[in-house]
Design a protein around this ligand. Structure first.
Ligand SMILES: C[S@@+](CC[C@H](N)C(=O)[O-])C[C@H]1O[C@@H](n2cnc3c(N)ncnc32)[C@H](O)[C@@H]1O
Length: 311
């Protein structure tokens, strides 16, 4: 990684496995790290279910030294990679902690099925005191379930490296309308209120102009709010599961630098196209021949185009 000159936001894209890319970097480089890792890698796993019964000659010791015997209930195969997933995530979360500056913040974007397990892992890595918020991104799109409440939210965990000293730009929080503006008077109603830890925002519209075509693209408004409030202008942000580069666009629009990593060729192509106006530096540890990729210049305007074009 090249160190960005102070005050000149720039963008780097790295193609390769994030663990391999990050291992060469010395610590404490980033002010803000946001990641949105994939969950299901599609491999079939098998898990053996065990049950324990009290037995003085048993193979396990439990509460107050009581002995238990393990009984095997059977083995199930399933198409998720839950055990593997945490093993996959852990070294990357350790790197996130290592690479954060002392006043930096880390955001982990997951869905409701795995967030609890990841939180336990992060509490161990950052310390429980460093956990500041669980943000619920609530959306309301698509079909409704008929046998349970429709799950329509993602979870975003926020950890500060130092819970006593972190960036939180309260004045830069965007305002949202009051639910009952008639109850608060015209002045407050016109100013709006700050959001709570539940953020209502629609998904990236399948036919809207924000859409890049990358399947798991997250809304710019969500990531921009994180960038604006949790980093300062000129800071350096990292997304090491970058996908379509939403964090990169959010950073550049707000005068921050961004470093993006992805191991999928398609993601790198989409990012190059999306962020072409700021001429990202692209480095590659994989086989993608990025220079020969016919990148069309983005037609959508990225704020600060002229300021950053020569960075
Ligand atoms: C859920 S998507 C991220 C979407 C992104 N937040 C956006 O708004 O477009 C996860 C990304 O992680 C990438 N990825 C998965 N494993 C990776 C690894 N080991 N190293 C780098 N990238 C990886 C995938 O290629 C995918 O693009």
């Amino acid at each position: 990684m090249t160190t960005p000159p102070a005050g000149v936001p720039r963008l780097e894209i790295h193609f390769g496995d994030n663990l391999a890319v990050m291992q060469d970097w010395p610590g404490a480089l980033f002010d803000l790290i946001y990641i949105d890792p994939p969950f299901n890698t599609g491999r079939v796993q098998s898990r053996t279910q065990m049950h324990t019964v009290r037995d003085d000659a048993g193979d396990r010791t439990g509460f107050k030294g009581r002995r238990y015997r393990s009984v095997r209930l059977g083995t199930k195969s399933y198409a998720d990679v839950f055990d593997d997933y945490l093993a996959f995530l852990e070294p990357r979360l350790l790197d996130a902690h290592r690479l954060l500056k002392p006043t930096g913040s880390f955001f982990l974007h997951l869905d409701y099925r795995e967030v609890h397990y990841a939180k336990v892992l992060l509490d161990a890595i950052f310390g429980r005191a460093s956990f500041i918020n669980e943000i619920i991104w609530a959306y309301d799109y698509g079909a409704r379930a008929t046998r349970r409440w429709s799950p329509k939210h993602d979870n975003i965990l926020w950890y500060a490296k130092d819970p006593m000293n972190y960036t939180y730009r309260y004045d830069d929080i965007d305002r949202i309308p009051y639910m009952a503006p008639g109850l608060v008077g015209p002045e407050k109603a016109a100013r709006g209120k700050t959001p709570t830890d539940t953020w209502w925002n629609t998904i990236v519209s399948p036919n809207g102009k924000e859409k890049t075509g990358y399947p798991t693209q997250k809304p710019l408004a969500i990531i921009e709010r994180i960038v604006r409030v949790h980093s300062n202008p000129g800071d350096v942000c990292l997304d090491f599961f970058a996908g379509s580069g939403t964090l990169g666009e959010a950073a550049i629009r707000n005068g921050r630098s961004a470093v993006l990593i992805d191991n999928n060729e398609e993601a790198v192509r989409v990012m190059k196209r999306r962020l072409a106006l700021v001429r990202p530096e692209v480095s590659q540890s994989g086989s993608l021949d990025i220079d020969q990729d016919q990148t069309e210049v983005a037609t959508r305007e990225v704020a600060g185009e002229t300021t950053y074009a020569d960075a």
